[in-house]
Structures are given as C-alpha cells and as structure tokens.
Design a protein around this ligand. Structure first.
Ligand code: BDR
Ligand code: CA
Length: 323
C-alpha cells in the first residue's frame, strides 16, 4: 500500500476523506495532522480524535496538531458550511434512546506537533510517503521553512484546492483552502515539489443529493455508514439554501482517491500561480495556458486534475463509505 499522511481541518468532507482513507487497503495511513481552516485548529484536533474514537485507527498511527493561524492573514473559518463544531453539529444528533449518538472525547494530555509527526514519518519511510493536504497549506509552508529536508523526502504531495476554470466557492473566483492562506499556497507552488492539484474543477463534478446519500446509508450494513448522513445535514442545508444546487461535494475524499487509484483522474502538467492580495482576487489560482512555443512556455510546477471519471468515483465512494 501507499504510505500517506493526511493533513486536515475537519470539516465534514475532511472527516469523510479520513474514513475513506482508513477503509482503503491501497493506503497505509502513517500520520494525520491538523491545521486551522474550516474551524480553529484546536477544534480540528478535537474532531480528529472524535473520528479516531469511532474507527479503528491503524496501529502506530502518528497524530499531531499544526498551525493555529495562516502565515499572514487572520483565520477565516467555514462554520456556515460545516456547522459550528465543523462536523455538522454532531452533538445534537441523538440515538433512538434519546442519548447523544456521538459521545464527547477528551484530547490526550500530550499532543505532538504536525512538524514532529512529519519528521518522524519521513525518518521511518524516506521517499515513500505521499502527503495529502485537505486544508490550507500553512503546515507545508512552515515545513518548507523549518524542516525543508523533510519536505524533500515526500514521494509526492496531493493538494485539494484551487479553482482553475470554474467559479470559486468562498469568493467569486477563489477556493476556500487557497483563500484562507494564499501566502502559504504561493510558497508551496514555488517550491518545486512533486505536486498534484485536485481543484474544484473536478471535485464539484463529484456530488450527491441528500436522497442518494440516504439510499447509500439505508442499503448499507456498516454501522459507520450512518455517520455520513449525520455529518452532512448542515452542509446539505447550505447547499440548498445558499448555493441552490443541493449537492454535497466530495472535495477532500477525491484528493484521497487520487492516491487510491490515479486512473480516476486525468491530469495535465501546468504552471499555476495563486494571487495573494487584492480586493476580490485573494486566493485565485491562475493556470498559464497562453499559446507559447515550447521554449517560451512557462514550466509546469504541478500536475492539475482536469477531468474525473464521475461514475467510477461515486461507486468507489459508496463502496468504501457505505459498504
Ligand atoms: C475545501 O474547503 C473546505 O471547506 C473543504 O473541507 C475542502 O477542503 C473545498 O473548497
Ligand atoms: Ca478540508
């Protein structure tokens, strides 16, 4: 299996991405680290432990907490999408007997840092680990500065983020993870890393209606399946009332699937930059697609997912999340 670290800001789709990764025999999750984004980092870590409490985490899994704020901007969260706790307000879900279905968890008294976890994973498995980022790129930017040798020892880096040829989600043209920490994204894009970008162009093609997801759960025998509908209630409300399409998009799970089965995505080598400032342009990702001779062409700095096999992706998601 491919050894992976997930760097995440759970987040409903992050939580599903984690469940998916744990349920995928193609992957060996060796580390999970948190970052501020959808919620403040303390809450992200709490949510991570809540998930680790209900799944059987892989033995020897290393867990750490990362950056509490973006490099230069104030933190912007997405609780309007993910609920005040970031997991669709799981505390308010009650079982048939009236008790909370998801018990509160307590954090361990000693918590590693994300940087320590990455260093240790790479020490154990040099050149073998794929880093999958599901939140803002702050931890990667920090690592480039304080642990550059560690970053060089990642086999590849898969980034959920950006909107290349489609509208944004948090702003007219910006995707959330890029918007929250555009300075971090800029540093990462310029660092000559083996990057694959999984942008909204493909993730917004992989969505489900509330009804389909309810069918997935109803027809599943896995006890955990129910968590998918419990966590997505708030997100569906946002998709219906604010966005109007009514679909839940599997943004972060698709980045995990890029490591599970790369044939699900078609990628194109491109040079992509991210805008760091501007009244309306913060976080916009721009691919250089100008017509140029081979000598004049900007050198690609990443591979960008431009197309996705929607049917195969959805059926894999269903099989793994609601078996
Ligand atoms: C990204 O933003 C977050 O809200 C999601 O978890 C995902 O990582 C999609 O734009
Ligand atoms: Ca996320």
């Amino acid at each position: 299996p491919t050894k992976v670290i997930l760097d995440t800001d759970p987040g409903v789709d992050d939580a599903l991405a984690l469940l998916l990764a744990f349920a995928s025999p193609e992957l060996q999750v060796v580390g999970v680290t948190t970052v501020c984004g959808n919620v403040p980092v303390g809450q992200a870590t709490k949510n991570l432990f809540r998930l680790l409490n209900v799944v059987q985490p892989p033995r020897g899994l290393l867990v750490g907490q990362g950056a509490a704020r973006p490099l230069e901007e104030d933190l912007v969260t997405a609780v309007q999408v993910h609920g005040s706790d970031g997991l669709g307000e799981l505390d308010s879900v009650v079982a048939e007997e009236g008790a909370p279905r998801y018990p509160q968890v307590r954090l361990p008294s000693v918590l590693s840092t994300a940087q320590d976890v990455w260093n240790e994973c790479v020490r154990r498995y040099p050149d073998e680990v794929t880093l999958i980022t599901l939140g803002p790129l702050t931890n990667v930017a920090v690592a480039l500065k304080v642990n550059p040798l560690t970053v060089q020892k990642f086999r590849s880096v898969i980034v959920m983020g950006g909107a290349i040829g489609v509208p944004g989600n948090v702003a007219p043209a910006a995707e959330f993870n890029m918007y929250v920490d555009p300075h971090a994204a800029h540093r990462v894009f310029q660092a000559s890393l083996p990057l694959t970008l999984v942008p909204l162009d493909v993730t917004t093609r992989v969505g489900v209606t509330r009804e389909s997801l309810m069918t997935w759960v109803a027809e599943s025998r896995a006890p955990l399946a129910r968590m998918t509908t419990d966590m997505t209630r708030k997100a569906f409300q946002f998709a219906e009332k604010v966005e109007g399409h009514g679909l839940f998009y599997f943004h972060d799970p698709l980045a995990v699937l890029a490591a599970v089965d790369s044939s699900l995505l078609k990628v194109e080598p491109l040079h992509v930059s991210v805008e760091m400032a501007g009244r309306v342009s913060r976080g916009i990702t721009i691919a250089d697609r100008r017509q140029r001779t081979p000598e004049e062409k900007a050198r690609p700095n990443m591979r960008v997912a431009v197309d996705v096999d929607v049917d195969r992706t959805l059926s894999l998601l269903r099989n793994r999340l609601c078996p």
